[in-house]
Design a protein. Structure first.
Length: 277
């Protein structure tokens, strides 16, 4: 059975991206980093972190001197199976979080344990125990996903907020505040009502707005990425190519054709941002 792995690394300043078949927790210990997970994210400061579910494309980079604590968690690792199997619910969707004082103290303990130099078997066992404790504490703080209530969310109000902040860094928690719900409760209701997670919904709007700007303007891709909330031109180009099957350049060259993105309703519309940042 694969084990959890806990490691310290700095992140390079150059933006990189990938996806992997295991879950991941990334916590910034010092400095700051940038994370974008399927279209959502932003700056992750010290003692904050993010949850990266398996097979989710994510972009990341470090800002100056930084240090990250990373937990790699295969789905069948002891920290997510057996008596800990309920902890896998943490990875239902990407999330960002901040550590309170008790969890900061626990991180200091984790770091001291990692320097003990156990033999290989003992290290694997200890890292799974440390990971399970951290995951359990995070789950207790972030909450479980309760049964969705009957009251429907006001999607028009949520759409207006997304359009106003399309170029800004915001999180699912910001959308949840509009509905006066916890992030977990909001996410459950949102999926039940739309069939999409909030981050999938926001990403769809950003992609649609980016496509409109590519087809209807001569703005450089760097500016379009900034206006539509992507981390950089590379992130935008990758998302456009994966969703529309064409590079932004070819999409612009074929602007007279009607192109519908894969698995994306063509009837959706969004107001374009009026100015670059």
């Amino acid at each position: 059975m694969p084990s959890s792995t806990i490691r310290h690394i700095p992140l390079e300043s150059a933006t990189q991206h990938h996806a992997h078949d295991f879950h991941q927790i990334v916590i910034t210990l010092c400095g700051s980093s940038e994370f974008e997970i399927e279209g959502l994210g932003g700056r992750v400061n010290a003692f904050s972190g993010c949850i990266v579910p398996a097979n989710h494309e994510h972009y990341y980079s470090g800002n100056g001197h930084n240090r990250q604590l990373i937990l790699d968690l295969p789905e069948d690792a002891p920290a997510l199976t057996g008596e800990h199997r309920e902890l896998v619910a943490l990875f239902d969707a990407p999330r960002f979080f901040a550590l309170d004082n008790p969890l900061r103290h626990y991180l200091a303990f984790v770091e001291s344990e990692l320097t003990q130099g156990f033999d290989t078997a003992a290290t694997s066992f200890q890292q799974d125990r440390l990971a399970a404790t951290l995951l359990g504490s995070l789950k207790a703080r972030l909450g479980t996903l309760p049964t969705a209530a009957q009251r429907r969310l006001d999607l028009d109000q949520i759409d207006r907020f997304i359009r106003r902040h399309l170029a800004d860094e915001f999180r699912v928690g910001d959308l949840a505040k509009i509905a006066c719900l916890s992030e977990a409760h909001f996410s459950e209701r949102f999926r039940a009502q739309t069939g999409l997670s909030p981050w999938q919904y926001v990403r769809r709007q950003r992609l649609h707005a980016a496509r409109q700007l590519i087809l209807q303007s001569r703005l450089p891709l760097t500016d379009i990425a900034i206006q539509t909330g992507f981390a950089n031109q590379s992130a935008l180009s990758h998302a456009i190519r994966r969703s529309y099957g064409l590079s932004p350049r070819k999409l612009r060259q074929g602007s007279t054709a009607t192109i519908t993105p894969k698995n994306t309703p063509s009837s959706y519309s969004v107001n374009l941002p009026t100015s670059a940042h």
